[in-house]
Every structure is written in C-alpha cells, then in structure tokens.
Design a protein around this ligand. Sequence first.
Ligand code: 4NP
Length: 171
Amino acid sequence: MTFRAVPRNGCRPDMSKPRVLFVCLGNICRSPLAEAALRRAAAEAGFEVDIESAGTADYHVGEAPDPRAIEEARKYGIDIKEYRGRQLRPQDFREFDYILGMDRSNMANIARIDPGDGMAKVAMLLDIVPGQKGREVADPWFGELDGFSATWKEVDAGARALLEVLLEEHG
Ligand code: 4NP
C-alpha cells in the first residue's frame, strides 16, 4: 500500500461509500478515462463508489473530454461525452477519500493545491498497480489516436488495482 501513511484530520468511517477523485493536467484525456474505467470496474463488482475527475490546470474548465477520449471510452461501452472539465480545488482534499494523479508533474501540482488539512489519501495511480510502481500514465494529448488505447490500458489497470484497495478498506 503506497498511500500516504500520515494520519489526516476528519477521517470518515471506513465502511462509508468511498469518494475517489482522479486528477490529470487538463481533465479532458487521462482522468476522465480513469473515471470511466473505475465506474465500469465498480459496476461489474457491484461496489458503490462516488467518482469524479479534475485537472490541476484551468485550461479546459466546462469543456467536454477530448473526442479521442470519448471514442476510446465508447469502445468499452461507456459514454463520457457529458463529462465536463473542472479544476482541482483545496476543498477536494477534505471531500474525497482518495486522490489519484497520473504523472509526477500532476503530483507536484496536486501537492501545491493541497491545503494540508484534508482527509484524502493521495497517490500516483500506477504506484498502486503491482509491478508498476513509479510508472506514469503518459499524457496522450499531443499524440495520435492509438495513444488513447495505451492510456485506457494503463488507467484500467490502475482502476482495477484501486478497486481492490477500496474493497479491502470499505468493502
Ligand atoms: P490530460 O491531457 O491532462 O490527460 O487531460 C491534457 C489535456 C490538455 C492539455 C494538456 C494535457 N493542454 O495543455 O491543454
């Protein structure tokens, strides 16, 4: 388990429905796909969890996901076109149980926004996947369409590993 071990204030009872926030830079590619992957994995497992995503930047606030991300999620039967970009806020650290960044740059930005008095456990997503520690979910934004299928595979592996953690801690 690689989540921050430091006790934080205001911890919710472990049996309550957990709240998960996925974070990337723009909130139009990786974190909406991670959100979709966990929604799908949790539904398959019959596990209830609140899931959102956010970006550390405000570039795409109010926008729909990148069309390539919408298309990738559609392949797995998930419609993300109604998702809307929003920016990570200090209160998210008090309102979510888990905050997962995609790469080291996201983690640095997350730490900058963290007010330090929340309850959220913060980790880089692939750090919780066995054998993937230290790997980043690469930013597919500048790449080609096939980059998004690699992104899906990575965020889906992360979502499944996270679901195991959630089942252990809240199941
Ligand atoms: P994301 O990808 O962080 O996975 O949503 C990006 C989307 C937009 C930008 C960068 C990364 N951008 O610079 O606008």
